[in-house]
Design a protein around this ligand. Structure first.
Ligand code: AMP
Length: 511
């Protein structure tokens, strides 16, 4: 790993270093009495300890979850509480959020602080002290393909987020796609910009590339076009995996940032997480002199399912074709196969190697995603007569903002905690940069005024409780939210109101 911190200074870790550090961490966990199958979380920004802890936790055969460092208290409670996690590694500034909900986390026995001191009374362990005392060799017990491995929470349109559980056997699919879609070869220098809090960050930012012995660059700073181009040039990155929002942000920058960048080492660029618009591909062809290869997958699939493989002609706007051995299909709700070019449910024939094995403690939700041997992804798509798949949208109300799935239900729940808010309806609407932005219709209690101050307070509250990415970009105060007879918020109608489209049959609505 070539670790580049936010100030640009680089530290290299060899595979031996990673092995020793992760073994130390596995010993720390073993010393804390964690056992096989216990759930452990990392709650860190991109930093070397994130990688040591994740690998160490897998060595110790815990189930390792990763939490996006931007999560607020409700988001943390939903994940740490529901999973019954026994331990977590974090840093002092983030621990403040955990401290506020700790009383509700009865299973949580210990917190390892990367920058803190021991505080045995509160189950707090100093990472530095524990790592210094731990041995750097650890005998890894054999795993079966079915041994549980990684846990990521994903948002649905109703209810709490669901814990997507993977197994060690997922590696087969992750590795095969890293080799054959991303085309990773032994001497590559590879950079995946995804955060480790999401599936791309673990599947393609830790597991698959390192299983192939590839050198990875990880950068601890945020988005900055000049710095990103400098990293690509200086580190001589050969394969770069990023996301449409970041690429669209680059598109808005001054052109000379790109014309002056030495990208001679760069072989291929990949994208994932949201639809990749043809304009971005055209921009990249013009200024980076490279194609961008779109790939499609989701937390549940664990690995890339559909992609534009280098070598097959790219159809800009299409996600590409299914990977070898993956059977995709466009099905109607009743399971009928739809004809070419018809829009329907994007489904994957069950049984691929990196298929998730459970929604944690929610068997009925898991089962409901499978019908007649097919997994219903929640996306709608169409396939053209040459076998290319085209993303059309979601079949549920989940919002995809900058590649992050946001549950409108979670945002509405956070909004309801603001005392002035009587009810709300949250929707995703098209956005040029973020693909979708979060818009909240908010109905206030009688006598409450829709002031700028209140709007700021509402935003802050959602950011602290859910996350900054879930915070509505737009808040629209209204006199009521459309609901059907059973009280379900009709987000479809709100969307139509926002976009000025025909809301369809609204005869059964109540406001
Ligand atoms: P997640 O489970 O958070 O990784 O999100 C997966 C979802 O992101 C998918 O179900 C799609 O809705 C969306 N997504 C991922 N990749 C693409 C892509 N290449 N094109 C369009 N949507 C995508």
């Amino acid at each position: 790993m070539r670790w580049i911190d936010a100030h640009g200074s680089r530290t290299d870790y060899t595979f031996d270093d990673l092995d020793a550090q992760s073994s130390c961490f596995a010993n720390v966990l073993a010393g804390l009495g964690i056992s096989k199958g216990d759930i452990f979380f990392t709650f860190l920004p991109k930093m070397p300890e994130q990688f040591f802890a994740f690998l160490g936790a897998l060595k110790a055969q815990t189930i390792c979850g990763t939490l996006f460092s931007n999560f607020g208290e409700d988001a943390l409670l939903d994940r740490l509480g529901a999973s019954g996690s026994v331990g977590i590694i974090t840093r002092k500034s983030l621990y403040k959020k955990i401290a506020r909900i700790r009383g509700q986390l009865s299973a949580l026995k210990f917190v390892i602080l990367v920058d803190g001191d021991d505080d045995p009374g509160n189950g707090i362990i100093s990472y530095a002290r524990a790592m210094a005392e731990a041995g750097d060799s650890f005998e890894v017990q054999p795993t079966s393909p079915d041994s549980p491995s990684v846990l990521h929470y994903t948002s649905g349109s109703t209810g709490k987020p669901k814990g997507v559980l993977h197994r060690h056997g997922s590696l087969v699919g992750q590795r095969a796609t890293a080799e054959n879609v991303l085309g990773l070869q032994h001497n590559d220098i590879y950079w995946c910009t995804a955060d480790q809090g999401w599936v791309t960050g673990t599947s393609y930012g830790i597991i698959a590339p390192w299983s192939l012995g590839i050198t990875q660059v990880h950068y601890g700073g945020g988005y900055d076009a000049q710095i990103w181009m400098d990293i690509l040039a200086r580190e001589r990155i050969t394969v770069w995996y990023s996301a449409p929002t970041a690429l669209r942000m680059l598109m808005r920058e001054e052109e000379d940032i790109f014309t002056h960048a030495d990208l001679s080492a760069l072989r291929t660029i990949y994208s994932v997480g949201e639809p990749l618009n043809p304009e971005v591909i055209a921009w990249s062809r013009r200024l980076l002199h490279r194609d961008i290869h779109d790939t499609w997958f989701q937390t549940e699939t664990g690995a890339i399912m559909i992609s534009n493989l280098p070598g097959i002609p790219i159809r800009p706007g299409s996600m590409g074709k299914p990977f070898d051995g993956i059977e995709a299909a466009i099905l109607a709700d009743d399971g009928t196969k739809l004809a070419d070019d018809e829009q329907g449910n994007l489904c994957i024939k069950a049984g691929w190697p990196s298929m998730f094995v459970a929604y944690l403690h929610n068997e009925s939700a898991y089962n409901s995603k499978f019908r007649n041997g097919y997994f219903y992804t929640g996306d709608t798509a169409r396939r053209d007569s040459d076998g290319y798949y085209w993303f059309m949208g979601r079949s549920d109300d989940v919002i995809n903002t900058a590649g992050h799935l946001i549950s409108p239900f979670e945002v509405e729940s956070a909004l309801l905690e603001v005392k002035e808010v009587a009810e709300s309806g949250v929707i995703g609407v098209p956005d040029d940069l973020l693909f979708e932005k979060v818009v909240a219709y908010v109905h206030l209690h009688e006598g409450c005024l829709p002031t700028k101050d209140l709007e700021i307070r509402i935003r802050l509250h959602v950011s602290n409780r859910a996350s900054s990415i879930a915070t509505p970009q737009e808040i629209i105060f209204c006199e009521g939210v459309p609901k059907n007879k059973s009280g379900k918020i009709m987000r479809r109608v709100l969307k139509a109101i926002y976009t000025g489209e025909d809301p369809g049959d609204i005869s059964t609505l109540e406001i």
